[in-house]
Design a protein around this ligand. Structure first.
Ligand SMILES: Nc1nc2c(ncn2[C@@H]2O[C@H](COP(=O)(O)OP(=O)(O)OP(=O)(O)O)[C@@H](O)[C@H]2O)c(=O)[nH]1
Ligand SMILES: [Mg+2]
Ligand SMILES: [Zn+2]
Ligand SMILES: [Zn+2]
Length: 336
């Protein structure tokens, strides 16, 4: 596989998705199955004998964080999870973007580029959250009350490939804990309400504070700036624009297409006098790229099915940086 776009950080013990304490996998607790009745207990993973509980029965599959007592899926603890924090002002389209990406991957919409790619939502809590979010793209219903529940997923790029475990956090300002643990940052901005200098300076300061960085230092955490709701400005897009082009069919991240979209999106932001955002991002974030997407798009032939366009691009860029998918440079083969 070609070298990733940026160096992979040393993986440490996974941070609990709920309280962010780092605990080695072996120190997580296991729980007796309900068949152990009143004697049911918690015991460290390392204390399990041949995978059995102290009563000699098969325990529950999930693990429990010893710091906060929350159940955490086994795949999450064993999978060296990557953390992606999705931030942006209220209503900028964070939850809809996330639900749309998850839906596309889970439904096999990227199969022509990544044959056999599959995605599982991990654990009961993430599944509940996903069920709620799914409605955002399926029915365009606005839920204001999603809370800060992380969405834990396990993504297999190829059948039998080692799964890439990702925790997505989506919140208006990105809580300090999420920013501290993030391996990638997605900033959602919508056409009518792109944040300016102050917005990006606030985000950069929050990241620096959360990660103990010096004031004004350049941040190495990769930032994907995602212009959402592209469908609301379709009419303004020039027919020759890369934003109207079919997406490349490469089984990886296509650099030349990504760079074209990056330049086109920054040009749009420039037209809208958001040069302060561009400058702020360039000054604060060492690795950044701009994307333009729509999660809802035009309805397909009058059907209720929403048409997503380029929603997966920011995720593919991050996955390429994590070394999970190949990077293709040069001219890409595209669909006609
Ligand atoms: N036209 C259009 N509308 C969108 C798109 N994505 C989201 N929206 C709408 O924008 C509104 C806000 O979307 P959300 O995904 O809830 O935004 P959010 O950033 O999660 O908002 P908060 O959770 O309140 O911070 C909803 O009414 C969505 O239906 C899109 O691609 N196109
Ligand atoms: Mg939301
Ligand atoms: Zn915890
Ligand atoms: Zn037991």
């Amino acid at each position: 596989m070609p070298a990733p776009t940026w160096s992979v950080p040393t993986r440490r013990a996974p941070a609990c998705p709920y309280c962010h304490s780092r605990t080695p996998g072996k120190a997580y607790l296991r729980q007796c199955a309900s068949s152990c009745g009143e004697t049911a207990t918690h015991f460290p993973v390392s204390a399990a004998r041949r995978g059995k509980c102290p009563h000699g029965r098969a325990p529950k599959a999930r693990r429990v964080c010893p710091a906060c007592g929350q159940p955490v899926p086994r795949e999450y603890i064993e999978g060296c999870p990557w953390v992606v924090a999705v931030v942006g002002t209220a209503g900028s389209g964070k939850s809809t973007w996330l639900a749309s990406v998850i839906r596309r991957v889970a439904k096999g919409h990227l199969d022509d580029r990544f044959p056999g790619m599959s995605l599982d939502v991990l654990g009961e809590r993430s599944r509940l959250r996903h069920e709620r979010d799914r409605v955002l793209v399926a029915e365009t219903v606005l839920y204001r009350d999603i809370g800060t529940e992380p969405l834990l997923v396990s993504l297999r790029v190829r059948p039998r490939a080692r799964p890439v475990v990702i925790a997505f956090y989506d919140s208006t300002d990105g809580t300090a804990a999420n920013l501290a643990h993030a391996d990638g940052l997605v900033l959602a901005v919508e056409p009518g309400a792109v944040p300016g200098d102050a917005g990006i300076a606030r985000l950069a300061e929050a990241v620096r504070t959360a990660r103990d960085l010096r004031p004004h230092s350049r941040i190495r955490l990769p930032l994907a700036v995602v212009l959402t709701k592209l469908d609301t400005v379709w009419d303004m897009v020039d027919p020759g624009s890369p934003l109207l082009r079919p997406v490349p069919r490469t089984g990886g991240y296509a650099v030349s297409d990504g760079v074209d979209v990056h330049h086109e999106t920054t040009a749009w932001l420039g037209h809208w006098n958001r040069t302060d955002l561009l400058r702020g991002v360039r000054t604060a974030f060492h690795r950044h790229r701009y994307f333009a997407t729509t999660a809802l798009g035009d309805r397909v032939g009058g059907r209720r099915e929403p048409m997503a366009y380029r929603v997966e691009d920011p995720l593919l860029w991050l996955l390429a940086g994590f070394g999970a998918i190949p990077v293709f440079r040069g001219v890409e083969r595209t669909t006609t």
